[in-house]
Design a protein around this ligand. Sequence first.
Ligand SMILES: [Ca+2]
Ligand SMILES: [Ca+2]
Length: 293
Amino acid sequence: MNQLGNARISPFRARSMNAAILAVVLLCLTVLTSSITSNRVQAQSGPTVLDSRLTVDAVTTGLVTPTTMAFISENEILVLEKNTGKVQYIAKGNGVLTQTVLDLAVNNSSERGLLGIALDPMFASNGFVYLYWTCHSAPSADPFVPSAQECPDPPQTGADSGDILAVPLLANRVDRFIWNAAGGPSLTFDRNLIKLRAFQNDGAPDPPNQGDAAQPPRGNHDGGILAFGPDGKLYIMVGDLGRRGQLQNSAIGSHGDRTRTYGDGRSIRRPRPRSSSLFRSHPATEQRRVDSN
Ligand SMILES: [Ca+2]
Ligand SMILES: [Ca+2]
């Protein structure tokens, strides 16, 4: 039951990770069929499992701030590291191979970083992999005005930034990459789908009397969940970026869109507001879109 193919993996997202979770980052939880008298099962290392029907096996260790993952085959996983921007390829064969297949240059301040992954429904034939992540730019001379509107489409790779002000206005983005199994393996950039607001620094003294002068710059509430629906469209969950209920890019006031749909029908729906947003896109037909309104 320790084979990746028939074990059940716990797909945790750890926005607020503690040291215990980071020590053993990828766990197989397997239901035991035998009777166990003790109600506590202790793994050799890592967290304590309170359910006596479960055991814990480490598939791999040493990952840095893992946030989510996707199986690309029965015995192969792509695991995202939030703070390093790395996509780690984990393959189970005679042993376990762990290899970096992409190293994005992320801004990892607060809740930013490499946050979400989805495989195209036709992944087996087209190799498309979608990633939600936060790029970085030079910090602005004016801390209340971002230094740039957006990062270039072809992503920067390598060194990351923890400077909370070192982001363009639209630093959160969803890009499509192509999985190359041979000769690497690796992920290569294909196209950008959307760029979303990340910059937030509300305590500007001008104009006066806004009531939030004590607010520091923040990098939280970024969202990042990606999933394909049964309609074949890519759904993108976006946080409120600290807008306190107002969609981060909305120009229509405090009651922003919760859901927009575009793609085949280019339709836009505006139900009553919540603090987050769900975008739907059809990558096969839609042109690149920057969400700036
Ligand atoms: Ca990096
Ligand atoms: Ca303000």
